[in-house]
Design a protein around this ligand. Structure first.
Ligand SMILES: [Fe+2]
Length: 200
């Protein structure tokens, strides 16, 4: 396994393991990732040609002391994550694929194959609205860098680096950045992590 990916997985697990010590819904979700065995990768991580790469330098600048170690591990890996955006195109927002996306490390189509669990990173550029969407998977996020507005079931809140956010299965959620990009770690668990997210 490439060293920077091994280190990133290790730091991600260390970080989520701290939260997993609290036995609540978020802690239990974090514990699932900590316990997940990571299989051998199916290939190497090659440098991405995604338009999202242009946000990387700025996207790591708005962390906190709590997220510093994960961000340091993430920094060398970011250009090599398999960044993608695979929603159906939206005529009203044609630029979304240049503004946001995710790099999945573990999952049904990720370099580390897992049909029942996903782990990766979401990146939004500045002044970007990730429209309301939903999916069957239970989603755990932790903000690593950037202060953005997160909305779940119509309730909006600015979330800070280090905060954990749980999106229960099929609950509608969205995110909006302003003058800082957003970088967040996510996991997907549950009966169905194969069905993609859909816009409302
Ligand atoms: Fe989601």
């Amino acid at each position: 396994m490439q060293d920077f990916i091994a280190r990133l997985i290790e730091e991600s697990k260390r970080f989520l393991n701290e939260r997993a010590q609290i036995d609540d819904d978020i802690g239990q979700e974090a514990a699932k990732f900590v316990a997940r065995e990571i299989p051998a990768p199916s290939g190497i991580f090659e440098k991405s040609d995604s338009p999202l790469i242009r946000w990387i330098e700025e996207a790591i600048q708005f962390g906190s002391p709590e997220t510093e170690r994960v961000l340091n591990a993430l920094k060398p890996a970011l250009p090599f994550l398999p960044w993608k955006y695979n929603y159906e195109p939206r005529p009203d927002m044609p630029d979304l694929g240049n503004q946001m996306g995710w790099g999945e490390i573990l999952g049904p189509e990720a370099p580390f194959h897992d049909d029942h669990f996903c782990y990766g990173f979401t990146l939004l550029g500045k002044n970007t609205f990730y429209p309301a969407h939903y999916h069957p998977a239970t989603e755990l996020y932790v903000v690593l860098s950037g202060h953005a507005e997160w909305t779940l079931d119509g309730v909006s809140k600015v979330r800070n680096p280090g905060e954990f956010i749980l999106h229960p299965s099929n609950h509608v959620h969205s995110m909006r950045t302003s003058d800082e990009p957003l970088l967040a770690l996510y996991t997907w668990s549950g009966e169905d992590v194969v069905t993609l997210s859909k816009y409302v």
